[in-house]
Design a protein around this ligand. Sequence first.
Ligand SMILES: [Zn+2]
Ligand SMILES: [Zn+2]
Length: 106
Amino acid sequence: MDIKFSVRQSKKDKDVVEVRYDCSCGCHPNARYRRGSADAAHEHCCCGIAHFAGADAAAQLERYLSDRRLQGIDPPEREYSVQTSNVRAPWGEELAVAYAIPKNHG
Ligand SMILES: [Zn+2]
Ligand SMILES: [Zn+2]
């Protein structure tokens, strides 16, 4: 399953970009990434799909998923299929996007 991400510049702050997609569950998960930040932004949808956008997105997604397992938020048997993509920020930078889809996702 491929997710098509779109980018929107924040109206209030032009150094903030909203990386979002239309989820099959009906939500519009939106990760707000600030230009130059070392931390990727993320949002976890109600249906279990998590996405990260910005610096180091893939590594931060992996860390997030393993923390959830360690803390017992995710059961140990839950598996995600992790994929990466990228989008172009309004200021011209290529931003990494990483997302995780639970294996049992319908
Ligand atoms: Zn939802
Ligand atoms: Zn969803």
